[in-house]
Design a binder for this molecule. Structure first.
Ligand code: ATP
Ligand code: MG
Length: 436
């Protein structure tokens, strides 16, 4: 009897290299989509001086209760928390900022360099209801700039996000707001609380709780009735320094020719989030889960985590959501062999392996057939792999040291000398109009 299958944990998905064995109606994310997104990040982020940092997946739970806030959904309801063998409460990271700032404080980085720009990529864990674009294990690519108060660095970072998403041909709009600071926000919070109390009957249960714990969060509740109340809420009033910061940010964005819109409903609930917040929202293709990246300034966080007064700003982007958009656009960074070699007999097999080795040493991707099959079937396989050329290797080719490379797209045949295959293939690639 066959053993029972062990399925993956709910909300945690496999990413497979190809979709030929997946349901066609499901726009499935494949490795190639992720490579496009990651490669663009690796290419673009260093242009702005961001360097990669890697922090552990497990952290002490206290880092997130303090670094994200106990009243947030993430900490209150979504964390994977358990006791380590020594009784310490640990959690699988639900996001990256708290960990990066912890590392920054722990390694006293501020004493070594005045400004640090770090980026990161990796899996995050939140026990949420699984939906399209919402998983329990998902990937974020994010970055943090620590040490500057902005607003020029805020604008630089928003321009970076803008450049990255454009490079991926993602349809999106950049939303920008300011939350004020410890100086002006408490007054606004009180004003908002009064307004919300007067409208309590129209708000959802959750928002009724938020009136006392986290009233600013009511502004971004997804419930339509709450949104109606939010639309009538009094606007934020900034103190002079916050107003100036916001004006200068907008000025910088205009100078850098970044398109954006001011969105007063873009908020974060915790006190150490200050001033600039921004989000990139997909304008098509994602439905309800349309926010692809969210960012903001957190000037109080380092202090909250036991460090000094280091201001910071960062964003995190959801890679799976980006990948769904890239998949929908039909883009893929697939590795396709330049040459597919099909040996017909046993003598030819070893020769085929040798030729493939020589091609790979020269940086040319090659695939050999490991199956015995007719020449016709081998050609079909070459086609499925997306190979540029195919070479059928028989006794005659081995003896004469000459063979024909078939260009799969056009059917054209090109004669080559087998003992000079690398040079011959290179010459061919250069002489043919389409180089890929
Ligand atoms: P949402 O409003 O969609 O729940 P969020 O405010 O919880 O997002 P952040 O904590 O700001 O999201 O995370 C930044 C980005 O990470 C989001 O914009 C989204 O693209 C992605 N993200 C967040 N949670 C998930 C999830 N459960 N599955 C997939 N991607 C996610
Ligand atoms: Mg969420």
């Amino acid at each position: 009897m066959a053993a029972a299958k062990i399925p993956a944990v709910k909300g945690m998905r496999d990413v497979l290299p190809t979709d030929t064995y997946l349901k066609k109606d499901d726009p499935w994310i494949r490795t190639g989509h992720l490579h496009l997104i990651e490669q663009a990040a690796r290419d673009i982020f260093p242009l702005y001086g961001y360097r990669e940092a890697r922090t552990p997946i497990l952290e002490r739970t206290a880092l997130f209760t303090r670094g994200i806030g106990e009243v947030t959904d993430i900490v209150a309801k979504e964390m994977y928390t358990f006791e380590d063998r020594d009784g310490t409460s640990v959690s699988m990271r639900p996001e990256g900022t708290a960990s990066l700032v912890r590392a920054y404080v722990e390694h006293a980085v501020s004493q070594q360099e005045p400004d640090s720009k770090w980026w990161y990529m990796g899996p995050m864990f939140r026990h949420e209801r699984q939906q399209r674009g919402r998983y329990r294990q998902f990937t974020q690519i994010g970055l943090e700039a620590l040490g500057s108060q902005g607003p020029r660095i805020d604008a630089e970072q928003i321009e970076l996000l803008n450049r990255w998403l454009k490079a991926l041909a993602i349809p999106f709009a950049m939303h920008v707001n300011s939350l004020g600071d410890a100086n002006c926000r408490p007054q606004y919070r009180a004003l908002l609380q009064d307004y919300l109390r007067a409208h309590a009957a129209e708000l959802c249960e959750e928002c009724n709780r938020r009136i006392e714990t986290n009233p600013i969060r009511v502004l971004d509740c997804k419930n339509p009735k709450c949104q109606q109340v939010a639309a009538g809420a009094p606007p934020m009033k900034y103190c002079e320094p916050c107003q100036q910061h916001f004006d200068k940010l907008r000025n910088s964005l205009d100078r850098l020719q970044v398109q954006y819109l001011i969105d007063p409903k873009l908020v974060r609930g915790l006190d150490y989030y200050t001033r600039t917040t921004y989000e990139a929202i997909a304008t098509e293709g994602l439905g309800a889960q349309s926010t692809v990246a969210g960012g903001g300034r957190y000037d109080g966080l380092a202090r909250e985590l036991g460090g000094g007064d280091t201001p910071g700003i960062g964003f995190a982007a959801g890679v799976e959501r980006l990948a769904l958009l890239v998949a929908q656009a039909g883009r893929e960074a697939a590795v396709k062999p330049v040459l597919f070699i099909a040996p017909l007999g046993e003598n030819e097999e070893l020769k085929a392996d040798e030729l493939a080795q020589a091609l790979r040493s020269a940086g040319l991707s090659a695939e050999v057939s490991f199956r015995k099959s007719s020449a016709g079937n081998q050609m079909k396989r070459a086609d499925t792999l997306g190979a540029r050329f195919a070479l059928v290797l028989g006794e005659q080719e081995l003896q004469s040291d000459r063979a024909r490379l078939k260009e799969l797209k056009t059917g054209a045949q090109h004669e080559v000398v087998l003992s000079e295959l690398v040079a011959g293939l290179r010459k061919l690639l250069l002489s043919l109009p389409e180089n890929q």
